[in-house]
Design a binder for this molecule. Structure first.
Ligand SMILES: NC(=O)c1ccc[n+]([C@@H]2O[C@H](COP(=O)([O-])OP(=O)(O)OC[C@H]3O[C@@H](n4cnc5c(N)ncnc54)[C@H](OP(=O)(O)O)[C@@H]3O)[C@@H](O)[C@H]2O)c1
Length: 252
């Protein structure tokens, strides 16, 4: 493990470990993110919804702390936020990674499928941010990294509700950055292309081939590659990067 780095906020430098909270830490990208932040010396906490086994293995493997919550449910989020404040404190960085795809042709969608996709991909981002931002405002600093997707940016064979929710992350990121920059809180989003694992496992082989045909590097990305970018964006090394959507897709 790398030693903790000095963390500067608002011009001051503090000799303490920075804290990060990652939503969806039990997923494919979430696990890579948790390991990356721990490796770079961050005190790391993450949320999960139901995969307790993955949460426990991650905790015992790298010492990150796990907090259970359904981030679409206000009461569940309030309970989690209270525990987080008592047991972990205010994070310096929030990574809004939780998300999932609902794979159905548009004509077969029911309103509940739509609500589920908006809930898991958009409401979770709003709820986690809303629960934690007051602490960041009080401490006058922080970094938020949201998760978009190439699905919300290009003409691809992807489920409409997923593409819609991911596209909305853009507006959320830009307008929130405008509102909280005065507190030295930076808000950015990463926009990954097709990755080797996670939600992409639901993408049909023909659609994967289509993606790879147009991807300059001709391969899916690795979760670790995305985690590297996210850790950078959350850190003070990215102190002048704000209100940006950073694409990571091998060239598409
Ligand atoms: N993988 C890709 O190719 C790809 C490409 C572009 C963008 N992305 C984005 O990257 C992010 C991570 O994706 P992934 O591939 O790692 O997905 P994943 O493996 O399916 O993991 C999803 C994570 O979200 C959590 N989650 C789901 N519903 C939740 C809810 N209601 N409340 C709280 N947590 C919830 C899950 O927790 P439990 O497991 O405990 O239920 C899990 O930790 C997503 O935002 C996705 O859209 C992924």
């Amino acid at each position: 493990m790398l030693p903790p780095r000095l963390f500067g906020r608002g011009g001051k430098t503090e000799d303490r470990m920075r804290k990060v909270f990652i939503t969806g830490g039990t997923g494919a990208l979430g696990q890579a993110l948790v390991k990356k932040f721990v490796q770079f010396g961050w005190e790391t906490a993450f949320s999960f919804r139901q995969n307790r086994q993955a949460a426990e293995s991650l905790t015992s493997e790298c010492g990150a702390r796990a907090f259970v919550a359904d981030l679409t449910e206000p009461e569940s989020v309030a309970r989690m936020a209270q525990r987080l404040e008592e047991e972990f404190g205010v994070p310096d960085a929030l990574i809004n990674n939780a998300g999932k795809s609902v794979v159905l042709p548009f004509a077969l969608l029911e309103p509940d499928d739509w609500d589920e996709a908006m809930g898991v991909n958009l409401k979770t981002t709003f709820m986690a941010t809303h629960a934690l931002i007051r602490g960041m405002i009080r401490q006058k600093g922080g970094a938020i990294v949201n998760f978009g997707s190439i699905a919300g940016e290009r003409v691809l064979g992807v489920p409409v509700p997923y593409a819609t929710a991911k596209s909305a992350i853009r507006g959320f990121t830009l307008s929130l950055a405008r509102e909280v920059s005065r507190y030295s809180i930076r808000v950015n989003a990463v926009v990954p292309g097709l990755l080797e694992a996670g939600v992409s496992s639901l993408v049909p082989p023909a659609e994967k081939e289509e993606f790879l045909k147009y991807c300059l590097l001709g391969r899916p990305g690795r979760c670790e590659e995305v985690a590297d970018l996210v850790e950078f964006l959350a850190s003070d090394r990215a102190s002048f990067i704000n209100a940006q959507l950073i694409h990571i897709n091998g060239g598409f």
